[in-house]
Design a protein around this ligand. Structure first.
Ligand code: M6R
Length: 620
């Protein structure tokens, strides 16, 4: 959460910072601010609200200069007031800081700094960092004078970081060292873009696209000095580090909205293509298996695995549930799906023969990262199913599988979910073919997967129908989402989509479990969305639907074309193609994404930037 940017070079810093903040806005949008070195002072502009409001402020009150930092905030400490906006100023204005993360010992440090005479204007933990650096700067100047100012500033930051406990990605400006940015990372991502006579800084690679293709991902406990013709990186314990330059593959169209009104809609429509990307080069028709190159485990090691743990949060956790069903069905491997936020503090028995996968779109989710680290610390090979190349989880995992879905910018995850499910299907096929799954069965799965991009294309034709249904249902305030087997996780995911972007209360349940409590909620004002494509227990779900109708609950059904039985009972039916049961999550998720999208629009909600949320949850 929170996005930070920085620039040092020859361009207008404000222009780069503002474009970067627009691109990072999905990480937080409570307020935004920039600080630019202008002559002999640092000019700060801050504004509560979305980045556009800061742009408007800058039109009225421009800043000029070619060194600066910026921030878009997802509030952790302190309300969304102007005084709590970043950047924060330390001392008498000679240090300015932007920060992503949480300083856990901020209270103690604040008390101490107040005793030393520092005056606080905000409730944020970041202002503590700004004053702390200012304090050490004074100390350093007193001891060493001003002869080598960059070195003095660097020492001040080193000393301040020694006192801080918590997570941070920091961008720091010094009034008296106007051609330099210092950047430090511990737990919150930072990437440096390398240009000709310029360097860029950002929380992820999005702001760098179109400016440079050469990037350096900072690691934890690294501190970087950025000047227009110099990049120096040091590690807290090991000293200077040679910058490892990597190539950025993204192109501008990946992060643009194109003709779509919202990123979410664009990303829903990308799914035929993103599923195709997840499959590309990963199907071996001759051997009737999947080709999964990045696990860094031998076939022999993989055959010895007798249990799988999948850990994730939110939508990725729902994809994990589908993965559990797939791995148990195809590979007969007992699988557990753990909330990362629980796993990180639990101590479940995990044997040597257990394979742990962290599933994450962003690769930066704090809980998922912590759960993964905890498992690695205990010596388990821990792999990642991840979308963002170069993200912390992707880099720290022992191996893994990329989604290749391209940047997902809408806060509500859509294409990442279907790509995760696709990759988990490949994984189940691969591990299955090492075990009990026959060649013909593997062949059949491959054929079905190959058809998937086209099937998703066909599924998207339900859009108009979904829109009409949204028109009839958007005013209801409570929803149930019900499904069974592979469609139970889909029901959970459908409910999450509706909740997060339209602020409607929605609960996902296994359809039969409803009788053990949630059925009490059913009345004419509580629609139930049944995910009921054809399959083995279709008649049972039909009975569950009857139970809801008997209590006058409105029913929307996601069902196969020509399902007369469902059509007879349900008030409204959204038709999806008929596919094998294990592929139903891929097709059934699509109408639920569209339903949430249209209901949210009709309720006047900000679809891409729902309240209180941020795309990457980088705090605990
Ligand atoms: O980046 P991750 O996949 O690790 O993110 C996990 C969740 O924060 C994320 O899926 C969240 O639930 C989405 N906003 C749901 O749409």
């Amino acid at each position: 959460m929170c996005g930070i940017v920085g620039y040092v070079g020859f361009r207008s810093a404000a222009d780069f910072l503002m474009e970067g903040l627009h691109r990072l806005e999905y990480r937080g949008y409570d307020s935004a601010g920039i600080a630019v070195q202008q002559g002999d002072r640092i000019v700060v502009r801050r504004q509560v609200g979305q980045v556009q409001e800061l742009s408007d402020l800058l039109t009225r009150k421009p800043v000029s200069g070619s060194v600066g930092i910026g921030h878009t905030r997802w509030a952790t400490h302190g309300e969304t007031t102007e005084t709590n906006c970043h950047p924060h100023v330390g001392g008498d204005g000679h240090v300015v800081v932007v920060h992503n993360g949480v300083i856990e010992n901020h209270d103690t440090l604040r008390d101490w700094l107040q005793q030393l005479g520092y005056v606080f204007h905000s409730q944020t933990d970041t202002e503590v960092v700004a004053h702390l650096i200012a304090h050490h700067l004074d100390e350093q100047q007193r001891l060493n004078g001003d002869s080598d100012l960059p070195a003095v500033c660097l020492n001040a930051v080193r000393a301040a970081l020694q006192q801080i406990h918590g997570t941070y990605g920091l961008g720091i400006l010094f009034r008296d060292c106007p051609d330099m940015i210092l950047a430090a990372r511990c737990g919150s991502p930072l990437v440096i873009g390398v240009g000709d006579d310029e360097y860029f800084l950002a929380s992820d690679s999005g702001p760098l696209v179109g400016y440079t293709k050469e990037v350096v991902y900072l690691s934890d406990n690294e501190l970087a000095v950025l000047q227009k013709d110099r990049l120096q990186i040091e590690h807290r314990t090991t000293g200077n580090v040679a910058p490892a330059i990597q190539t950025l593959e993204q192109v501008a169209s990946d992060i643009e909205r194109g003709d779509f009104e919202h990123y979410m809609l664009k990303e829903i429509y990308e799914q035929p293509h993103t599923i195709e990307n997840a499959l590309r080069g990963r199907l071996d028709e001759d051997e009737a298996t999947a080709v999964i190159g990045g696990l860094n485990l031998t076939a022999q090691q993989l055959r010895q695995i007798d249990r799988v743990v999948l850990t994730a949060c939110g939508t990725s956790w729902h994809a994990g549930l589908v993965g559990e069903y797939l791995l148990e069905e195809f590979a007969r491997l007992p699988t557990e799906v753990e909330y990362a936020s629980e796993l990180r503090y639990r101590n479940p028995p995990i044997s040597d023969r257990t394979l742990v996968f962290a599933i994450t779109q962003s690769g930066e989710t704090a809980d998922t990262l912590a759960a993964m680290r905890e498992c690695r610390r205990k010596g388990h090979p821990t792999l990642a199913i991840c979308n963002v190349v170069g993200s912390t989880i992707a880099r720290e995992a022992d191996g893994g599988i990329y989604l290749h879905a391209g940047p997902e910018i809408g806060v509500a995850s859509t294409k990442a979910f279907t790509s995760q499910v696709t990759v988990l299907t490949l994984l189940a096929l691969y591990l299955g073919r090492m075990r009990h799954l026959s060649h013909p069965a593997g062949k059949r799965i491959i054929r079905q997967l190959q058809e998937m991009p086209e099937t998703i294309e066909k599924t998207l034709r339900c859009h108009e129908q979904v829109q009409e249904i949204a028109d009839r249902y958007w005013q209801f305030d409570n929803y149930l989402y019900l499904g069974r087997l592979y469609n139970f996780p889909v029901a959970l995911e459908g409910a999450l989509k509706l909740k997060e972007i339209s602020y409607i209360h929605a609960e996902g349940y296994p359809a039969a479990e409803m009788k053990h409590g949630p059925i009490a909620l059913v009345d004419e004002k509580t629609p139930s969305v049944f995910v009921i494509p054809r399959g083995g227990i279709h008649p049972k779900v039909v009975s569950n639907m009857e139970e809801v109708k008997a209590r006058r609950g409105p029913v929307i059904a996601i069902a196969c074309q020509d399902d007369a039985e469902v059509a007879r009972i349900a008030d409204d039916v959204i038709c999806v193609p008929d596919v094998e049961e294990y592929l139903q999550p891929l097709v059934c998720a699509i109408p639920l994404q569209l339903l949430a999208y249209h209901v949210a629009l009709l309720r006047g909600c900000n679809v891409d930037r729902p309240r209180n949320l941020a795309k990457s949850v980088t705090v605990e």
